[in-house]
Write a protein that binds this ligand. Sequence first.
Ligand code: TLP
Length: 346
Amino acid sequence: MKWIDLRSDTVTWPTDEMRRAMAEAEVGDDVFGDDPTVNRLEAAAAERLGKEAGLFVASGTMGNLIAILAHCGRGDEVILGDHAHTFIYEAGGISALGGVHPRTVPVQADGTLRLEDMQAAVRALGNPHFPLTRLIALENTQGTVGGIPVTKEYTDAVGALAREYELALHIDGARIFNAAAALEVDVASLVEAADSVTFCLSKGLCAPVGSVLVGSRAFIDEARRARKIVGGGMRQAGILAAAGLIALEQMTQRLDEDHTNARLFAEGLAAIPSIEIDLERVRTNMVFFSLRDQAGMSAQELAERLKAHNIWIMARDDRSFRAVTHYWIRQEHIAQVLDAIRKELP
Ligand code: TLP
């Protein structure tokens, strides 16, 4: 990359190998179901996550939207975190397009939603005042609280709660492979309790476009219809799926490197007096930190100054940042960023 870009792992460029695979991809019309590369990707993704079937979609947002449209009808309710990406950053799509009512419960610092909060949020049946609760949606890693991985034990407990109330469980697993790597658990086992999972090929896994939604065969058939409704039926999408296969097969194996670099960065930041950081919360590829008063500048101002060092970093507000490591951030870049921050801060 031409600059050191820590704004997100969404900024990753495809690798040379991906670009070659894209150029040579076998393609067909995927709406007719005859793109061999898309079919390979969907089957490989389903197998890897331990589900029956997969559906290639344009983005994580589309995957979550389609999943919720397939699980819920108009006026149904989904229980999800008050800081969930789907609630905050997906343009209200589930309500705008699906008429699905979001019922939020607080996201805890460890990325979980309290079981008792979810239980209390399930609507009593038979009362015409209430929407019908249909679905619980979790996020793993939980991005807004720091890229925190949520454990299999917790996910299984939520699955048991969902089954008790005859609800479905969806996981926004945009970064589920980061979670699996950090927890040292097989990804299929991590999502075993879920009826559906979306994961992104285009973030830390480096593919230029795309996510995959997985679930039972019947669920994916329904989701395929929902994808068509939102205009997401793509034609020779094998061009994109070819990069997705490399993302799934190879890039999922190297995420520990990003986590090590995040830790290295966090430890370097902790040694700078005008920076405040909780090292315990750096668990995957995200580093949240903030400026103390003695920094004498806002986060936006520091971000602006770092541009002169060829470094892009995003301020979350006046004081705080989220930095995200990924394939294009190597150990030497971390050293350069720390040097630049030391030069700019007192
Ligand atoms: N997250 C982006 C921004 O939208 C905030 C980022 O830079 O982290 N689920 C989760 C947990 C996500 O973090 C994101 C993207 C999505 C879904 C949506 O994925 P896309 O961007 O492919 O629609």
